[in-house]
Design a protein around this ligand. Structure first.
Ligand code: ZN
Ligand code: ZN
Length: 462
């Protein structure tokens, strides 16, 4: 969607009228007005990170370069207490990755990418019969004998949804499918990519094996390649073609041990030193196939730009703490490190932007009862930008997940996810997929929300 709806164009006036927190707002521009009129730091950050650094795999030199870039950028934007907070994490590194359908027809190659934490085949590769499953539940229900020594294939065509809810359902094939297949004795596993596009791009992503389970080779093939595999399997199943269906895999990733990763933190100091801060998060690392524009350079741009607009509109009552987390993609190591270091500090409320750059369409809350009026003010402030109020509980996001689980209130500014999984974790996650107009709508909504939260009273958010 290229066109921002009409309400955005009248939103400057609406935001001024709706900004009931002070008379001052009617004289000076509000954070939301600044976000609409001013420079474009969210775009600058998204363009800068993707152009000057590119892919930012967790624990790599590239991620370290991104941290250095981030510190310089956040200082230049005028934030205080800008710093790196390093931690150690286990690093998995991609190797060679190839796949072929070898029988019953003439061999042909498929596009594949190894899943994070995948085991390796031998350097000569691994060839075996395919055990087909329509989805994760079918694999979970299968007897060990159905998969032992075979290459498990999980079909499972993800459908696009505005709220991205399909990711949890279809994603199980990737999140836990390999662990289940390994425990049943499979030689390897290949999944249809967790993605909604029809490009010949596999979608990367992490998987996890339980302690004591030896990782098996695990990869994702593109949607068109999965269609091809399924057509061959159907011919055998229909009885006209003699099986079995066979795959050959060459995957040579390795676990290279502990490396340094880190979080980058910056602040807008609040007027009231005793008030608990508002935390806004994104993640700085990305998968290596694309340049991590929508996941999650745009998110880092959105949260920093919104904080800057609030700062420019006048010092907020509460400190705004910006967390550009490291190593989210491979297991939320940055979020865990932040919680280990700061989990005992009180946070007023947590928010995260990690769902691309398309427009915000819904706000949801997880706030104490004392914040009922605050919720109404936020809903009213974002409504002119086409944002509806949802009634499910906010969860914050991966990097603030531990804080929220421990009781920190949360607000979710839900972005339109209809096209997010077309490019998510693929070589296509590049800057041209970011629509500057939709990115600006995000920043405006975030700035309006953050201005209210950062000026909330202790009786509303203790
Ligand atoms: Zn992300
Ligand atoms: Zn991601």
């Amino acid at each position: 969607m290229k066109n921002i709806p009409a309400p955005v164009r009248v939103a400057g006036l609406a935001a001024a009228i709706l900004s009931t927190s002070s008379v001052f707002a009617l004289q000076a521009p509000t954070a939301a007005e600044l976000a609409q009129q001013g420079d474009d730091p969210a775009w600058e950050i998204t363009e800068g990170l993707t152009t000057e650094i590119g892919p930012r795999p967790a624990g790599s030199d590239r991620e370290a370069a991104a941290r250095k870039w981030a510190v310089a950028k956040l200082k230049a934007m005028g934030f205080a207490n800008v710093r790196e907070e390093p931690y150690q994490m286990p690093v998995w590194q991609r190797g060679e990755e190839k796949a072929w359908l070898t029988a019953p027809f003439v061999p042909q190659s498929l596009t594949i990418t190894a899943l994070g934490n995948s085991g390796a085949t031998s350097p000569a590769g691994l060839e075996s019969e395919v055990a087909y499953f329509s989805g994760f539940d079918a694999l979970a229900a299968a007897p060990d004998s159905a998969v032992k020594g075979k290459i498990v294939f999980i079909d499972n065509q993800m459908e696009p949804t505005q709220d991205g809810s399909g990711y949890g359902l279809y994603g199980r094939g990737r999140f836990v499918g390999p662990n289940v297949a390994a425990k049943k004795g499979a030689a390897a596993i290949v999944i249809r990519s967790i993605g909604t596009d029809d490009h010949r791009n596999p979608h990367a992503g992490v998987t996890n094996f339980e302690d004591g389970v030896t990782p098996i080779p695990a990869g994702a093939i593109s949607n068109p390649d999965a269609d091809q595999l399924v057509r061959q399997w159907q011919r055998i199943r229909a009885g006209g073609t003699k099986g079995p269906l066979k795959l050959k895999l060459l995957l040579t990733p390795e676990a290279i041990g502990e490396r340094t990763s880190g979080n980058v933190i910056a602040e807008v100091p609040g007027r009231d030193a005793d008030a608990s801060p508002v935390i806004v998060a994104c993640h700085l690392d990305s998968w290596d196939l694309g340049t991590g524009a929508i996941d999650d350079a745009a998110g880092c741009g959105i949260v920093a730009a919104a904080a800057r607009h609030v700062m420019s509109a006048g010092q907020p009552r509460r400190t705004i703490r910006i967390l550009w987390a490291g190593a989210e993609e491979v297991g939320v190591f940055g979020g865990k490190a932040y919680f280990d270091a700061h989990g005992k500090e009180k946070h007023a409320v947590a928010l995260e932007s990690d769902f691309g750059a398309d427009r915000v369409w819904r706000v949801q809350f997880k706030l104490p009862e004392s914040a009922a009026d605050l919720e109404k003010r936020v809903s009213a402030a974002v409504a002119p930008f086409g944002v509806v109020t949802g009634h499910d509980e906010a969860h914050g996001g991966a990097d603030v997940g531990a804080l929220v689980e421990a009781g920190t209130p949360a607000v979710d500014l839900g972005q339109d996810g209809t096209r997010y999984f077309d490019v998510h974790h693929t070589p296509d996650d590049t800057l041209d997929k970011v629509d500057p107009a939709q990115l600006r709508q995000n920043v405006t909504v975030w700035a309006a929300t953050l201005a209210i939260l950062a000026n909330s009273s202790d009786s509303e958010l203790p």
